[in-house]
Design a protein around this ligand. Structure first.
Ligand SMILES: *[C@@H]1O[C@H](CO)[C@@H](O)[C@H](O)[C@H]1NC(C)=O
Ligand SMILES: *[C@@H]1O[C@H](CO)[C@@H](O)[C@H](O)[C@H]1NC(C)=O
Ligand SMILES: *[C@@H]1O[C@H](CO)[C@@H](O)[C@H](O)[C@H]1NC(C)=O
Ligand SMILES: *[C@@H]1O[C@H](CO)[C@@H](O)[C@H](O)[C@H]1NC(C)=O
Ligand SMILES: *[C@@H]1O[C@H](CO)[C@@H](O)[C@H](O)[C@H]1NC(C)=O
Ligand SMILES: *[C@@H]1O[C@H](CO)[C@@H](O)[C@H](O)[C@H]1NC(C)=O
Ligand SMILES: *[C@@H]1O[C@H](CO)[C@@H](O)[C@H](O)[C@H]1NC(C)=O
Ligand SMILES: *[C@@H]1O[C@H](CO)[C@@H](O)[C@H](O)[C@H]1NC(C)=O
Ligand SMILES: *[C@@H]1O[C@H](CO)[C@@H](O)[C@H](O)[C@H]1NC(C)=O
Ligand SMILES: *[C@@H]1O[C@H](CO)[C@@H](O)[C@H](O)[C@H]1NC(C)=O
Length: 376
């Protein structure tokens, strides 16, 4: 009984600590820079000190030459604009283009990217191409793992509809799962020669789903090619499954009050705070209890709300009955108040018992600590 008892006391202490820590709510590791310009950098990502990132793939290079400073993924030129603890990060990518004038091709920029660890999200991105004489392809850098793309044609700009990416001026296709590199290339049937008046260029990019609305004017806009558009990468911890990772507690990334989730895209896993907790599951004491009483006020007016680690409850005052919930039966005057004595007895008995056990615990703790000191 003794160790269980001590655990309870220690847990109470930890909860008190957590409540104190809530005001700080740092998402970065202790002593680490928590943002780069406007971009916050939650652990397992980190910048500056080499202990601030969980492994080398999670290093963020903050370049303060820019104003506001820009964040780059490890040593690459990949610009990170948002890091989500839900296992994805948003990057800003320039788009590929293939432009023509009356004498032929005037400029061409195929785009490629190689990622060390993080795959391109297949659920949150779409390969998109724009143009009226356009074949656009996307494949891995060697071209031997996957290859896909789409084509879009139009002879008359009046046929093109804003917002529609279905093959008239704009086309879209999904990209496969687990892809860590891409290369965008182009071709055309007539070098845009018949449509130079309203569409001299073809464009192609892998893009966050919903982050761009096709507009007819993008077909002839001069500066569309200089745009940067968002794209989503999935990130995971390590290369193991949850089951494998738990067998190596030294390196297991999910801390207290969190659960492990096997990654959906590629190897590795993610951590998530348990229900009723919030914060950064990768940090010690990162998942902190949510005070639902304060946040949601779930109990009806006369009821008392009790917040507990990971949960909460409502109770009606003496002489009232009901579940105490705002959306439940609430609290109403009890029909027969005579039966009131019994619960009070139980409550005071309970309080007495917990007082005694608390005392017992403290003495156990005290003795335990004392005993541990003896060998020194
Ligand atoms: C970035 O931060 C600067 C000041 O530090 C602010 O003026 C600017 O509006 C912010 N930009 C964004 C996109 O949040
Ligand atoms: C963080 O990233 C840096 C740069 O890649 C690397 O040298 C360092 O070892 C990483 N930290 C950890 C704990 O792996
Ligand atoms: C920051 O960016 C500038 C301009 O691109 C570059 O010259 C410089 O080397 C970069 N610094 C770091 C530390 O990456
Ligand atoms: C077409 O583009 C090429 C390359 O940019 C340029 O040298 C040439 O002068 C352009 N022709 C016309 C007619 O603008
Ligand atoms: C581009 O398209 C032209 C005409 O349709 C074709 O002859 C040529 O082989 C294609 N080039 C590539 C690299 O696919
Ligand atoms: C397209 O342009 C290229 C060179 O820019 C030329 O070799 C090719 O013959 C042209 N194709 C057509 C169909 O005009
Ligand atoms: C695209 O259009 C939809 C509906 O018209 C709008 O809700 C959304 O905000 C637009 N997205 C962008 C990136 O402009
Ligand atoms: C398409 O959207 C652009 C702005 O994005 C607007 O200027 C243009 O008038 C729209 N065209 C049509 C046909 O709705
Ligand atoms: C992406 O880059 C473009 C061009 O540099 C910039 O205008 C845009 O604000 C950037 N997007 C974000 C989300 O930082
Ligand atoms: C009342 O709302 C809570 C969430 O606020 C929900 O969990 C519970 O099931 C609801 N109860 C009823 C009876 O609707």
């Amino acid at each position: 009984m003794a160790p269980r008892c001590m655990l309870k006391e220690i847990a109470l202490f930890a909860v008190t600590l957590a409540v104190v820590a809530i005001s700080v709510a740092a998402q970065a590791k202790a002593g680490c820079q928590s943002s780069c310009g406007n971009i916050s950098i939650p652990y397992p990502f980190g910048t500056g000190n080499t202990d601030c990132n969980i492994s080398r793939n999670f290093f963020i290079r903050c370049n303060t030459t820019f104003n506001p400073p820009k964040a780059f993924l490890t040593t690459s030129e990949i610009e990170v604009v948002h890091i989500s603890l839900d296992g994805y990060l948003r990057i800003n990518k320039s788009i590929g283009y293939d432009c023509y004038n009356s004498t032929g091709r005037s400029s061409y920029s195929d785009k490629w990217m190689n990622l060390a660890k993080f795959p391109i999200s297949h659920t949150r991105n779409k390969f998109t191409a724009i143009g009226c004489d356009t074949y656009a392809y996307v494949q891995d850098n060697q071209g031997d793992t996957y290859s896909t793309g789409c084509l879009t044609f139009c002879n008359n700009i009046a046929d093109v509809i804003n917002g529609s990416c279905s093959g008239i001026g704009c086309c879209q296709t999904a990209i496969p799962k687990g892809v860590k590199s891409y290369h965008v290339t182009f071709n055309s049937s007539n070098n845009h020669s018949k449509i130079l008046g309203f569409n001299p260029c073809s464009y192609g990019f892998v893009l966050e789903d919903g982050a761009y609305n096709f507009s007819v004017s993008d077909l002839y806009s001069d500066d569309f090619r200089h745009k940067k558009l968002p794209m989503i990468l999935d990130w995971t911890i390590g290369f193991q499954t949850c089951t494998e990772a738990k067998m190596d507690p030294q390196n297991y990334a999910c801390k207290q009050n969190s659960a492990c989730i096997d990654a959906e895209n590629g190897p590795g896993y993610l951590c998530k705070c348990l229900d009723g907790f919030q914060g950064n599951p990768y940090l010690t004491n990162g998942c902190q209890d949510i005070d639902e009483c304060e946040r949601r006020k779930p109990c009806s007016g006369s009821a008392t709300c009790h917040n507990a680690a990971g949960s909460y409850s409502c109770s009606c005052p003496e002489g009232f009955e009901g579940d105490g919930w705002k959306n439940g039966t609430g609290c109403s005057l009890q029909a027969k108040p005579r039966r009131q004595r019994f619960p009070i007895l139980v409550v005071s008995l309970g309080v007495g018992i917990s007082l005694v056990s608390s005392l017992l615990c403290s003495s156990w703790l005290y003795l335990g600590l004392k005993q541990r000191k003896l060998p020194n």
